[in-house]
Design a protein around this ligand. Structure first.
Ligand code: GLU
Length: 502
């Protein structure tokens, strides 16, 4: 029996290997998360490799954005980051070794002939059922090939795929996979300018990094067949492969960076006030479930439960309507975030609210100091109805500033529809002036008495007060809002005519 790489290395080693040609999008973030969870579940290592060999398309800015995204999601990698371009000399060495061993050959086809649309040419060949081995340089003798190379003729190096046979591997998600050699071209390992190509680079690096499990998107399945051929040519045991279902757009089409850029970028979620923990929780359910009703998991629970055999085969859908601002993201992502905002331990939420208020210039140092208890109580009260961290500085603004806006619809519905309130609410302020114990129960007794005496419905009075005190039509229990805002602010706002004059 051959030993698996996992047994040989004693521990699992996985890697996330993004190409820095754009930001961290939802598909790659999910790949990173699954790799991370698998590594932590098995007590292994989660490595990061930046596949920056496409010099024209790779940018430092993109690398930075990927690292930022991973940092936000708290997917910390082990060991040093590997930059694939640093390994190019080693990739070349390995291509030459395969050449030496007769497992690869020099292709002297002039560049002009090769520079056409390679993909189209391969498809054309497959359509015409032409032999993929049909290359005049494939069977050149070693002496002839060496002579041409010595004479300075440029060449690419191609893998010599056998005439007949199949590549096979057992995918941890999709099961047994096979592909007939007749469907695989003699793949280029090294371009004539010495540039190693993707499949060679990935295999060499995965070997070098002692990767035991390659977990990546299903769109890499075709590459995997080619990579299996390279492992076999090198005589190296291949890792376990686990391909992940795709994440599709609502119309079941592909999510594209170009078309859905904003919607699928991690920075959008971070900057829109999503919580990393909630977004991770949302992401993990795009293609995995523990096979139970439960949907909210802490990171520790996810690490405990994650396994490759619970990854779905069916593609996931990211439900959004980029044309409708209200549906710019998946409803479930929003729901998940709201769940976290509402129920997470207050001490974990406070620092996030602090950062949000700081960036909105609403933060005051006393919130950390003399006013700490009151501040925490305020956050706890208003979070009930919030979806994102941004809500604390938007809808929650009146709790942290005197400079807040009034919603016109709220003014119409809760104030102008009941003209009486324009005198009743300042009158209520007068009555409350005498209340020293400005707390929920006392306020309830006093305000109910006031409503009865004046013949105003308690609900109408409270709705009007809500709009004067917070600018909005909805929010937490009004008596708690009075208590939280405190006597001075409550009275001042009840008397204010600003909203009435709008
Ligand atoms: N660099 C590839 C990508 O970003 C991933 C390669 C791999 O995971 O093997 O799609």
């Amino acid at each position: 029996m051959r030993l698996s790489r996992e047994t040989i290395f004693m521990t699992t080693r996985v890697r996330f290997a993004p190409s820095p040609t754009g930001y961290l999008h939802i598909g790659s973030a999910r790949t990173a998360l699954f790799n991370y969870l698998f590594a932590k579940h098995t007590g292994g290592k989660f490595l990061l490799r930046i596949e920056d060999t496409d010099v024209q398309r790779s940018t430092e800015e993109s690398t930075r954005s990927i690292l930022d995204g991973l940092k936000w999601l708290e997917l910390e990698h082990d060991e040093e980051i590997v930059y694939q371009s640093d390994n190019a000399p080693r990739h070349r060495e390995i291509a030459l070794k395969l050449l030496d061993e007769g497992k690869a050959y020099r292709d002297f086809t002039p560049k002009e002939e090769r520079s056409g649309d390679v993909k189209a040419a391969i498809q054309e060949r497959a359509r015409e059922q032409k032999d993929m081995r049909d290359n005049p340089f494939r069977d050149l003798s070693k002496a002839e090939s060496d002579a041409k190379a010595d004479a300075g003729e440029p060449f690419a190096i191609r893998l010599k795929v056998a005439e007949s046979g199949k590549t096979t591997f057992e995918d941890a998600v999709y099961g047994f996979q096979e592909r007939d050699f007749s469907e695989i071209e003699d793949l280029v390992l090294l371009r004539s300018d010495g540039h190693p190509l993707y499949n060679l680079a990935v295999v060499c690096d995965d070997i070098e990094m002692r990767i035991t499990h390659v977990i990546r998107g299903q769109d890499h399945l075709t590459n995997t067949h080619k990579q299996v051929l390279i492992y076999e040519a090198l005589g190296v045991e291949k890792p376990t492969f686990a391909h992940l279902p795709l994440i599709l757009a609502p119309n079941k089409g592909k999510l594209s960076k170009r078309k859905h850029g904003e919607v699928v970028s991690m920075t959008t979620y971070r900057d829109s006030g999503f919580l990393a923990a909630a977004f991770r929780n949302f992401l993990v359910l795009l293609g995995w479930s523990a096979g139970e009703e439960k949907e909210i998991y802490t990171m520790d629970e996810l690490i405990g439960k994650f396994s490759l055999d619970h990854i779905h085969k069916n593609n996931a859908v990211f439900n959004f309507d980029a044309n409708d601002p209200k549906h710019w993201t998946d409803d479930k992502a929003i729901w998940m975030n709201a769940e976290y905002v509402r129920t997470m331990p207050l001490e974990d939420l406070i620092p996030l609210v602090k950062a949000e208020l700081k960036s909105a210039k609403l933060w005051r140092d006393e919130y950390d100091d003399d006013d700490k208890t009151h501040f925490e109580k305020t956050v706890d009260l208003i979070r009930e109805r919030f979806f994102t961290l941004k809500d604390f500085s938007n809808q929650g603004r009146a709790f942290f500033s005197e400079d807040f806006d009034f919603d016109n619809a709220a003014i119409a519905k809760n104030l102008k529809k009941f003209p009486d309130l324009q005198t009743r609410l300042p009158e209520l302020a007068g009555t409350l002036e005498t209340v020293d114990d400005f707390t929920h129960d006392t306020l309830e007794t006093v305000i109910k008495g006031f409503a009865e005496e004046k013949g105003v419905k308690f609900g109408v009075l409270m709705n009007g007060a809500r709009t004067l005190l917070t600018g909005l039509a909805v929010g937490p229990s009004m008596l708690s809002v009075f208590e939280t805002l405190g006597k001075e602010k409550t009275l001042r706002r009840l008397k204010s005519q600003v909203a009435w004059n709008q």
